[in-house]
Design a protein around this ligand. Structure first.
Ligand code: HGY
Ligand code: MN
Ligand code: MN
Length: 405
C-alpha cells in the first residue's frame, strides 16, 4: 500500500541537504542545514494535510485528527545527524512515518485514533554534547541548565533555539499532557550487523542501552615545544592518552554489551609548537544493564582519579540516558505481523540510543530496525537495501493499523 517511489524520492531529496556520499551528511541541531531540512519535511506534512505545530524544544509535530479527544498514535524519529554521518540514520524513520501517515490518509484507512508524526529535535547531541533533547522535552526530562551549554563556537543552546525563531524560555511547554499517547512507534536502521549476518529483514527491539557521557578535563602546563626538556614537562595530552588506553582495556574486561568510546577530544592551545596545556575529552559509556553501566563508570572514574600527582583533572557528567525496555505488547504484535507476513525477523537489543527509548517513560513505545549494510553507520558509507526500506514502511503501516484495533 505504501508509495515506494514517493518514499525513495523523499529520502533522496532530504539527502540533498547537508551532505553527499563522499563527505557524509552534517545537519547538526539548529544549524542552517537543519533549518533547510525542517522546511522540506514540513512541506511534506503540508502536502498530506497534517496540522503542523513546532514546540519550543524544536520538535515538529504533524497531526491528523484531534489529539485532545482521545489518545494519540505517534510515529517519528529525527533528521539531525552526527558530523559526516549517514543519510538514513533518523531520516529513514521520519520519511517512513510520513509515508505511513499519507498512505492512511489517502486510502481513508480507519485507525480509530488521532495520528501524529513527530520529528524530534537534536537527537544526536553532537553540537552541544547533549542528545535526545526533543524527546526528553516531550517526556519532561529536559533540564533548564542544558540551555546554557555552549557549542564549540560559544553559541549557547538557548541562542541556537532562539535562532530557530523559537522561545527557549518555554521549552518546558513541550511536555506532553498526561496519557496523551496510546503508543509511539519508531523505525530506524540497525546501525549494527546482526540482522544482515542472520539474513533477517525486521529487527524487533526489546531493549536499548543506557548512555552516560562524562567530560574529563586534564590540567597540565603549556610550554615551548623546543625549549623545555622532556623531563620538565606536564604534557596533558600524553596523560590523557594513557587514560584513554586504560579506558579501552577496562571496557574490554567489562565485556558483554559494555562499550566506552572517546570520540571527541579538544587540545588547548592546540598548536604544533606548544606542549598541550589542557585537554578535554568525552567518554561515551553504555550498557543495557544499569548495574554494569554504573560499575563501569565507577572503575573508569577511579582510574582517572588515580591520575599521576602532577596533573589535576575535572570530571563531569554531561549526559545520562537510562537503559530502556520496550513495550512487550507491541513487541508481540510485531512478531505476529512478521509471522503472518513471513518477514524474517529477530528480537534484539539496541546499543544505540533512540527517541523511542525516551518515549518509554510516558507511553507504550516500540522500536524496529531494518538491516544496515555491513553494519555501518555514523559515516558516509551508511547504507541500506531499498527493498528493506519499503518492507520497513509496510511493517510500520501494519503496526499502526493493527495496534489501533
Ligand atoms: O548515539 C546514539 O546512540 C544515537 O545515534 N544518538
Ligand atoms: Mn538515530
Ligand atoms: Mn545516530
Amino acid at each position: 500500500m505504501i508509495n515506494k517511489d514517493r518514499l525513495r524520492e523523499r529520502l533522496l531529496e532530504l539527502a540533498q541537504i547537508g551532505g553527499n556520499a563522499t563527505d557524509g551528511w552534517t545537519r547538526l541541531a539548529f544549524t542552517k542545514e537543519d533549518k533547510l531540512a525542517r522546511g522540506l519535511v514540513k512541506g511534506y506534512m503540508r502536502e498530506m494535510g497534517l496540522k503542523i505545530t513546532c514546540d519550543n524544544a524544536g520538535n515538529i509535530i504533524g497531526s491528523y485528527g484531534n489529539p485532545t479527544n482521545s489518545p494519540v498514535i505517534a510515529m517519528g524519529s529525527h533528521i539531525d545527524t552526527v558530523p559526516n554521518g549517514g543519510m538514513f540514520d533518523g531520516a529513514l524513520g521520519v520519511i517512513s512515518a510520513l509515508e505511513v501517515a499519507q498512505t492512511i490518509i489517502e486510502n481513508k484507512l480507519n485507525v480509530n485514533y488521532p495520528l501524529e508524526v513527530i520529528i524530534f529535535a537534536n537527537e544526536e547531541g553532537s553540537r552541544f554534547n547533549n542528545g535526545l533533547t526533543g524527546s526528553r522535552a516531550i517526556c519532561g526530562s529536559f533540564s533548564q541548565e542544558e540551555l546554557q551549554i555552549e557549542d564549540n563556537n560559544g553559541i549557547s543552546f538557548y541562542q541556537a533555539v532562539q535562532e530557530m525563531d523559537l522561545n527557549p524560555d518555554k521549552v518546558y511547554e513541550a511536555r506532553a499532557f498526561e496519557n496523551k499517547y496510546k503508543h509511539f512507534l519508531e523505525i530506524h536502521i540497525e546501525q549494527g550487523i546482526e540482522l544482515e549476518k542472520e539474513h533477517k529483514r525486521i529487527g524487533l527491539v526489546n531493549s536499548a542501552a543506557g548512555q552516560v557521557v562524562l567530560k574529563c578535563t586534564i590540567f597540565g602546563r603549556p610550554d615551548h615545544a623546543g625549549a623545555i626538556k622532556m623531563t620538565q614537562r606536564k604534557d596533558a595530552l600524553v596523560e590523557a592518552s594513557k587514560l584513554i588506553t586504560e579506558i579501552q582495556q577496562i571496557s574490554l574486561k567489562m565485556g558483554g554489551h559494555f562499550v566506552a568510546t572517546v570520540g571527541k577530544l579538544n587540545v588547548f592551545p592546540n598548536s604544533i609548537n606548544t606542549v598541550p596545556g589542557n585537554v578535554e575529552f568525552f567518554i561515551d559509556i553504555r550498557d543495557i544493564s544499569s548495574d554494569k553501566l554504573n560499575r563501569g563508570i565507577e572503575v573508569i572514574s577511579n582510574t582517572i582519579s588515580n591520575i599521576s600527582g602532577e596533573f589535576s583533572y575535572f570530571l563531569e557528567e554531561v549526559e545520562n540516558e537510562l537503559p530502556a525496555f520496550f513495550s512487550s505488547r507491541l513487541l508481540d504484535l510485531g512478531k505476529e505481523i512478521c509471522e503472518k507476513k513471513n518477514y524474517p525477523y529477530k528480537v534484539l537489543s539496541s546499543g544505540a540510543c533512540h527517541d523511542a527509548q525516551v518515549m518509554t517513560t510516558i507511553t507504550d513505545s516500540a522500536l524496529f530496525f531494518i538491516p544496515s549494510i555491513n553494519g555501518l553507520s555514523h559515516c558516509p558509507e551508511e547504507n541500506v537495501h531499498w527493498e528493506d526500506v519499503f518492507l520497513g514502511a509496510e511493517f510500520l503501516l501494519e503496526m499502526v493499523l493493527n495496534a489501533s484495533e
